[in-house]
Design a protein around this ligand. Sequence first.
Ligand code: GLN
Length: 461
Amino acid sequence: MKIANSSTSAVSLVKAALGKIEQYNKDYNIFTFINRDAALKKAEEIDKKIKNGEKVGRLAGVPYALKDNFLSKQGETTASANILTGLKSPIDATSVKKLEDEGAIMVARTNLDAFAHGSSTENSFFGPTKNAFAKDRVAGGSSGGSAVAVALDCVEFATGTDTGGSIRQPASFNGVFGIKPTYGTISRYGVVAMASSTDVVGFFAKTASDLDLLMEVTSGLDEKDETSLPDYYGIADTKLEKKKLGFVKEFIESPALNPELKASLENKLSLAKSKGYEIVELSLPALQYALATYYIIQPAEVASNLSRYDGIRYAFRSKDSKTLGDLFSNTRSEGFMRENKRRIMIGNFVLSSGFYDAYFLKAAKARTLIINEFNSAFKKVDAILSPVAPNPAFKLGEKVNDPVSMYLEDVMSVPVNLAGLPAVAFPSGFTSSSPRLPLGLQLIGPRRSDKNLLELVEELI
Ligand code: GLN
């Protein structure tokens, strides 16, 4: 990525980014906030340091976009939900602070499905973001704005969160790279919570090596996030050295898999073979339960995490309520989007005393099965190559009124989150007919193999 130095100024990088943002935002609805003045001010300060020969960070002057569910003192943090509009954060998320300390410059915040609930960015209070390759197609979600911002070259990188595919799927729909790190690699402190046991912070960028640098900058233990892990480097036992690459039989044989995506996966497997990898067919039958498991565990955690938005704290409050009860229910009725409410209702149902054993407890057991199956797969292979989603970007409006068909698009991304594994999404060609849409694959590895996965992706592109 372009970093400011004695020949490239931070101001010129930021101005170029702001120009692109203005050029594309009207048509694609990518951003929820543009940070023009503060970004230019920080760029000038960095240029001054460079001129004076002072030390600058590893991301000096690099313009980036922030998914609008990261707390930052700059602008409002809305999570693209009415109920948070107007929220001025007093803190920066740990990941944001680390980026800013290394000199990265937040030029804009990006649109998402409200509270990151969705696979298309159509559930946003601010309206949908359009796909970078076809304006009548979805951007993917929930981090649609971040993916399109990188794809249209508005910024060098963008942040994302991936609870069930929200980095990998929009990355694959827009032809960019995206990393969903091992659960805990980057602190979640200061990120609007969706499902805390699967939420991770990650990135979109134009190359795997840019992702590597971003991981290096942002990973590490954080006393404010008890689930955070020690550093991303120096993890000796995850070296991928068997030179064996797996693919999931149940995915490749699925009738739901788009034929061009299937062909693209087969091509990559042949490429790996020509580079000396042994290709191993894996049968992972427990993955057939992953989607149902995810859509029980995730709404249960969502219902719990969203219970804090009561109209008393945070931003939005419904007007003219007569009683406290009315205030709670009016605020939540007006402030949440339909999809948020659907998940709150499902979550409370699966956690309710009469149904807890039948749904939540059962899902927790199925999750263990899935984890065990991945663990035994990684005794046989270094990494697993898979599509990110069964199809390339679908049409705007095609699935938004049919939640189950939208959820089905997550079938290949959610198993990774349930098991806390790292995965890197990378571009793998285009569909043949017009509009030519990007095809994307993901490489999934054992826990803490993130860095090695990025290296392996470089071999496969
Ligand atoms: N599409 C998935 C969902 O709607 C994942 C969302 C995410 O990763 N934030 O739950």
